[in-house]
Design a protein around this ligand. Structure first.
Ligand SMILES: [Zn+2]
Length: 286
């Protein structure tokens, strides 16, 4: 047996025993056409992510964000769950998972049929008002922004996981943003955690509670670059809970893992689910 086969067998034993908490990142969504800006294709990212401070304090930065994001949304909204998301949902239906935590904001775990997903960094398909706190749908905002910006048809060149696209300055200047439709004047922000912003404490506590109850932590498609996700790996390792990592390329959690598999997510997770989640194939996976 080669090393990859042995590692895969060890992974099936670990996951097959159940009570596994999944922690997923951008690498799980690349096969859905959403680039992983920290993975192997990361060099393609041509601008730095929006920070919370710039978004809330700088009207031009905010306009730039919404103009780019408005174009990017059409592609994000079209993205469909891939084999990796479907396999995770199968593992959950087979009763093997003690929770799914994702760093992704694309909603694709849930679209694949998973339930109770903890979305660590929020969801891109919801919009929050920073004044009144009301949540509204991104689709509704998309309609309002389209109405406010007739003829805004700049070419989409590149989409990042946060729904942002590259756009020349001159195209940004004329873009009109809109305010909250409920309180009338509040600043709208996608309901995602920006850089420079902290994840709400109850959500973090919920994640830690899941990890601490787990028999194993399974990291899928995350390079664990930011502490926001890496802290769960550190906590598991500290408690002696085995950590398994399936990712393309090295991660910053490899030193804490009892098992690492550098392999494509969709094919690997499908093979894993075939081995440990036997039973009728759910309609969503056909
Ligand atoms: Zn409002």
């Amino acid at each position: 047996m080669d090393t990859v086969t042995e590692t895969f067998d060890a992974l099936t034993r670990l996951v097959g025993a159940g009570d596994v908490v999944v922690l997923s990142g951008a690498g799980l969504s690349t096969e859905s056409g959403i680039p992983d800006y920290r993975g192997p294709s990361g060099a393609a990212r041509r601008h730095t992510p929006m920070t919370y401070q710039a978004f809330t304090r700088d009207p031009h930065a905010r306009r730039r964000y919404w103009a780019r994001s408005h174009l990017g949304w059409r592609m994000i909204a079209r993205a469909a769950p891939n084999d990796g998301h479907l396999a995770v949902a199968r593992l959950q239906r087979a009763g093997l998972l003690g929770g799914i935590i994702t760093q992704n904001v694309d909603g694709l775990h849930t679209a694949a049929g998973a339930t109770g997903v903890i979305e660590l960094h929020g969801r891109l398909d919801e919009v929050t008002c920073l004044d009144c706190g009301n949540l509204t749908s991104r689709d509704e905002l998309h309609r309002r922004l389209t109405e406010a910006n007739p003829g805004f048809d700049a070419r989409v060149a590149h989409v990042n996981p946060d729904g942002d696209v590259d756009l020349p300055d001159e195209a940004v200047t004329g873009f009109r943003t809109v305010d909250c439709g409920i309180c009338g004047a509040g600043m709208l922000k996608p309901d995602v955690v920006f850089f420079g912003e902290t994840v709400p404490a109850p959500r973090v506590a919920d994640c830690f509670a899941h990890v601490e109850r787990a028999r194993a932590l399974l990291v899928l498609g995350s390079s664990l670059t930011v502490m926001s996700g890496r802290r769960f790996v550190l906590r598991a390792a500290k408690l002696g809970i085995p950590v398994a990592i399936v990712n393309q390329g090295p991660t910053r959690g490899d030193g804490y893992a009892s098992l690492t598999l550098d392999a494509p997510l969709g094919a690997t997770l499908t093979a894993l689910a075939d081995r440990v989640a036997a039973g009728p194939v759910p309609a969503a996976a056909v």
